[in-house]
Design a protein around this ligand. Structure first.
Ligand code: VGL
Ligand code: ZN
Length: 197
C-alpha cells in the first residue's frame, strides 16, 4: 500500500506568505494530479500557537533566520507563520484538500518545533503518523511539498529510519535554501536511503 504525503502546502509558505518559499505555489497542480495514484493521501499542516518558541519575535533581540539553541538542539528562528486558525495556516486554495484521508497537524507544542511529520524536533515526541500508516498497511511513501530542505527533509529521513520505502519527488517540492541547507538536506536524505526523483 502506498501513500502520498503532502507536506505543508499552506499560504504562509507560498509567495505573499509570512515564510514564503520561492515558487512554493508552482507545485500545487502537479500534486493534485498525483493524488489519484495512491491508496492514501495524507496532508500535513504546520500549526503553531501565537508566541511559539520557533518564532524570532518570541525571543528578545533575535531576528528571523538566526540560529539559536533550544534544550533539544539547534533551531532556526522563523518569522511568525502558520498561526493556528489564521489565513496563512490554511492550505493553498487550489490544493485538493478534500482528497485527503488524514490531515496531521504539527508544531502545536509551544516549546518544541516540529519539522517532521513523524517526530517533533526533539526527535522523540511522536505525532502519531507512524501508527496511522502502519495500521493501514502502508509501506511505501512518496513525499512532496514545502520546504524541501526543512519539513520534507526531516519527514523523509524519519520515514526511512522507521523502515518505510521513501521517494521524494524533487519536482514537486521547493526549498528555502538557508546557508547551504538545501545541499545538506539532499546529502542527508541520500545517506538515509531516501530515493530522490
Ligand atoms: C517549515 C520552517 C518552519 C517547513 C515549517 O514546512 O519546511 N519550515 N516551519
Ligand atoms: Zn513552522
Amino acid at each position: 500500500m502506498q501513500a502520498l504525503i503532502v507536506i505543508d502546502v499552506q499560504n504562509d509558505f507560498c509567495p505573499g506568505g509570512a515564510l514564503a518559499v520561492p515558487e512554493g505555489d508552482a507545485i500545487v497542480a502537479g500534486i493534485n494530479s498525483l493524488m489519484k495514484d495512491f491508496d492514501a493521501v495524507v496532508l500535513t499542516q504546520d500549526w503553531h500557537p501565537a508566541g511559539h518558541s520557533s518564532f524570532a519575535s518570541t525571543h528578545d533581540g533575535k531576528e528571523p533566520y538566526e540560529l539559536t539553541t533550544m534544550p533539544y538542539g539547534p533551531q532556526v528562528l522563523w518569522p511568525d507563520h502558520c498561526i493556528q486558525g489564521s489565513l496563512g495556516a490554511k492550505f493553498h486554495t487550489e490544493l485538493h484538500q478534500d482528497r485527503a484521508d488524514l490531515i496531521i497537524r504539527k508544531g502545536f507544542n509551544p516549546a518544541i518545533d516540529s519539522y517532521s511529520a513523524f517526530f517533533e524536533n526533539d526527535h522523540k515526541t511522536p505525532t502519531g503518523l507512524v501508527g496511522y500508516l502502519r495500521t493501514r498497511g502502508i509501506t511505501t511513501l512518496t513525499m512532496v511539498g514545502l520546504a524541501l530542505d526543512f519539513c520534507v527533509n526531516f519527514s523523509a529521513v524519519d520515514a526511512a529510519k522507521l523502515g518505510f520505502d521513501v521517494e521524494v519527488r524533487g519536482d514537486l517540492c521547493r526549498a528555502i535554501d538557508l546557508d547551504g541547507s538545501l545541499a545538506a538536506a539532499l546529502t542527508g536524505m541520500e545517506t538515509a536511503g531516501v530515493t530522490l526523483r
